[in-house]
Write a protein that binds this ligand. Structure first.
Ligand code: GLU
Length: 380
């Protein structure tokens, strides 16, 4: 309950609502639900809390407006649906918040706006200026231009990145289910809601997969990714049901609703957060067990001798993922060598680098200051 009480002090929060909550199948946006949501958010604003809303629903709304019977398959059609739906979405929010005297501002982002440092700062400044004006930013992915390569891909992760951008105190994902369960509550009567998650471990991650092993239940996989991203920056996250009105207010009074993900204590510095989450890795290094231990338990840098495999084509200065031979990614870092150089020096002793490459390079493949451990001791 102590950690829950901490939520009552959240002054700046990011709230994400999924398409399922604000649209009805085949009929598009559900004005009644949007009104109810606006009422709940207005109550938080009245308590002098700052809220940024990340709302899905553009594509679902567009499909209904265009009279399509199913989700379009082609990218241009999906993007056209998003264009039509996004303006309808904002129109509904405008109307709903106007009744509470709240102005809204639309912010559409792609992953490039977050991975490029300059654009990241620009997006951050805009969001903070909106909050300063007392405007409620309503964020979505810029679905009309974003194709897979430049997409965050889902609004759970986008919401976590927005929480980073504005240094939020809390991230709340409102969804169809009232939290993370020990099993699939639709099929397993003994499944119970987990009230608190201290760290997103492999055991927790397993809970998002059903017995087939691949199908995500209620979109939980992306929610756990969001919890990990938020937690790494010291931001707690709650998954709660958006179906019952008043949930938000009750959560912020410290009631034990939904699932509360505790943040990690050693909040990552902004630069490390950027390395860990904002930039998609350009390649992957496989390291041996000794190197993993040195990196995760002893805070060492990665040396060429610990690298056993190099995948992908990347340049020095780019972000790569680190994994053990079993394939589980456990860290990310800014690499000092390009992929071709690393293929030559992998496994070599530091004293051999010059002989192998023909020039004197840095001793570390990834310096500890540029390395972020994601799981294992000290991970998130
Ligand atoms: N950006 C998408 C939309 O507004 C939704 C993505 C998601 O829900 O994760 O339709």
């Amino acid at each position: 309950m102590g950690a829950r009480r901490g939520l009552t002090r959240a002054r700046r929060l990011v709230l994400k609502v999924g398409s399922g909550l604000i649209t009805s199948p085949g009929e598009g946006l559900d004005a009644k639900r949007i009104k109810a949501l606006a009422g709940d958010i207005a109550a938080l604003v009245a308590e002098h809390r700052e809220v940024a809303l990340v709302s899905s629903g553009a594509i679902a709304a567009g499909i209904a407006r265009l009279g399509l019977t199913s989700r379009p398959r082609s990218i241009p059609e999906k993007q056209a649906a998003a264009a039509v739906g996004q303006s309808a979405l904002m129109w509904h929010y405008e109307q709903a918040f106007k009744r509470h005297g709240i102005k809204v501002g639309q912010v559409l982002l792609t992953s490039q706006d977050i991975s490029d440092r300059g654009r990241y700062l620009n997006a951050r400044n805009t969001l903070l200026a909106l909050l300063d004006f007392g405007v409620l930013p309503i964020v979505n992915e810029n679905d009309t231009v974003a194709v897979d390569e430049i997409k965050v891909g889902d609004n759970d992760n986008l919401a976590a990145l927005v929480a980073h951008l504005i240094d939020a105190d809390l991230l709340v994902l409102l969804t169809d289910v009232d939290g993370l369960y020990t099993g699939d509550p639709r099929r397993d009567p003994s499944a119970r809601r987990i009230e608190t998650v201290e760290a997103v471990t492999d055991e927790i991650r397993k809970l998002c997969f059903d017995e087939v092993g691949r199908v995500s239940v209620g979109g939980m996989a992306t929610k756990l990714e969001a919890a990990q991203k938020a937690g790494a920056s010291g931001i707690p996250m709650v998954i709660a049901s958006g179906r019952e009105p008043g949930t938000l207010g009750r959560l912020l009074k410290g009631e034990p609703l939904g699932t509360h993900f505790l943040p990690r204590d050693d909040r990552l510095a902004a630069r490390k957060r950027w390395i860990a989450f904002a930039v998609p890795p350009q390649g992957r290094l496989t390291v041996d067990a000794g190197a993993r231990k040195a990196l995760t338990e002893r805070g060492k840098s990665l040396l060429p001798s610990g690298v056993v495999g190099v995948q992908g084509e990347f340049s020095a200065g780019e972000v790569v993922a680190l994994a053990e031979p079993d394939g589980q990614e456990f860290a990310r870092g800014l690499v000092n060598y390009d992929a071709g150089e690393l293929r030559k020096i992998r496994g070599a002793k530091t004293s051999e680098i010059e002989k192998v490459l023909g020039y004197k390079g840095l001793a570390e493949v990834i310096h500890r200051d540029n390395l972020v451990v994601l799981s294992g001791p000290g991970g998130c």
